[in-house]
Design a protein around this ligand. Structure first.
Ligand code: AVJ
Length: 324
């Protein structure tokens, strides 16, 4: 069963162009990390997940392979027995399927949510073939905006699932706001719960190469955001005029990616002129590395309490189970 792909509700008035303009108009120039994920960016990110230095995806998949049954057993039950799995940032279904197919799991519906319509359409095609009895309701959305689940799954209580450490892209105040919204979306009155994967704090000697790999795939991923901006904001960025930088910010516990202007240059964007001095950067991404305790206290600020926690054998990655 497949719903039409639900299109996003118009957000509260902030367009992508507005976001780009305000980010590049700031003293420290920034771009929103979601702009990495155009089609080329999704492909580059897939290549990143296979790099020897990028342990994140492998560690999380190892964790899921070990504990999927235990995690899925925490899903709430409806009177008919079933629950919905609501996956945030589901660029593909490989992690969600590990929960859907886990031994003893009783999901009746799957709601993959993503910003990339192409990725969601591909998920829908594959899932209809592999899981024909599952109710499938893909949603195209920027999940930082308030979100209502499709009517076709409203009858089931939900297990939210936010793997991949994508939540690591959010500043702490955004994490809290996102988790408050998720309480609404997942309707905690129905005993819904939320499973969230976060990369754990570790030595910078391990972190830096994961974001600055020897083959330069992460550098290409970082620069590709400028190609995307060129298209959506009618800009003329020359990606090769910027260098990839990955730095560990100890104070804030995060890896930052920047694009550093190699020369003094100007860029035209939506009819405006943007000036760069030589060496000036655009801050393109934060990737927070939360300790177990640090994440639990952020979740508590949004009204969630920690019910379980899993990690992989090397303690690289953490999976939190939160209850409303
Ligand atoms: C998809 C946000 C989890 O922060 O590790 C990978 C994105 N950026 N390499 C991360 C990313 C650079 C990734 N997340």
């Amino acid at each position: 069963m497949l719903d039409d792909i639900t299109q996003p509700l118009p957000g509260p008035g902030v367009s992508v162009l507005d976001e780009i303009l305000s980010g590049l108009g700031s003293r420290q120039k920034t771009l929103p990390a979601k702009l990495f994920y155009d089609e080329a960016g999704c492909d580059l990110f897939n290549r990143i997940t296979q790099l020897p230095e990028y342990y994140v995806t492998r560690a999380e998949v190892a964790l899921l392979d070990r504990h999927a049954g235990e995690i899925a057993a925490h899903a709430p039950r409806s009177s008919s027995g079933g629950a919905t799995l609501v996956e945030y940032g589901a660029s593909d279904e490989s992690k969600g399927v590990r929960l859907l197919d886990a031994e003893g799991s009783r999901f009746e519906a799957y709601v993959p949510i993503d910003i990339a319509p192409g990725a969601l359409a591909a998920i829908a095609v594959r899932m209809q073939a592999s899981h024909p009895r599952l109710t499938l309701a893909p949603v195209v959305a920027d999940f930082l905006q308030p979100l209502v689940l499709p009517a076709s799954v409203a009858a089931f209580p939900a297990m939210g699932f936010f793997p991949g450490s994508t939540i690591g892209n959010f500043r702490p105040d955004m994490v809290v706001r996102f988790l408050e919204q998720a309480r609404q979306t997942l309707s905690v009155e129905q005993r819904s719960c939320f499973v969230i994967g976060t990369d754990l704090r570790k030595h910078p000697a391990r972190l830096i190469p994961a974001y600055d790999d020897a083959q330069g795939v992460t550098a290409a991923f970082n620069r590709n955001i400028l190609n995307h901006v060129n298209r959506v904001a009618e800009a003329d960025f020359k990606p090769d005029a910027f260098a990839h930088r990955a730095i560990w910010n100890e104070q804030d516990g995060r890896i930052e990616m920047h694009l550093q202007s190699l020369t003094a240059q100007t860029v035209r964007l939506a009819g405006r002129t943007i000036r760069f001095s030589s060496g000036e950067t655009i801050h393109t991404e934060d990737s927070y590395k939360h300790t177990r305790e640090g994440f639990i206290s952020l979740a508590a600020r949004a009204g969630w309490r920690s019910d379980a926690f899993w990690t992989d054998p090397d303690r690289l990655f953490g999976m939190h189970l939160l209850l409303g």
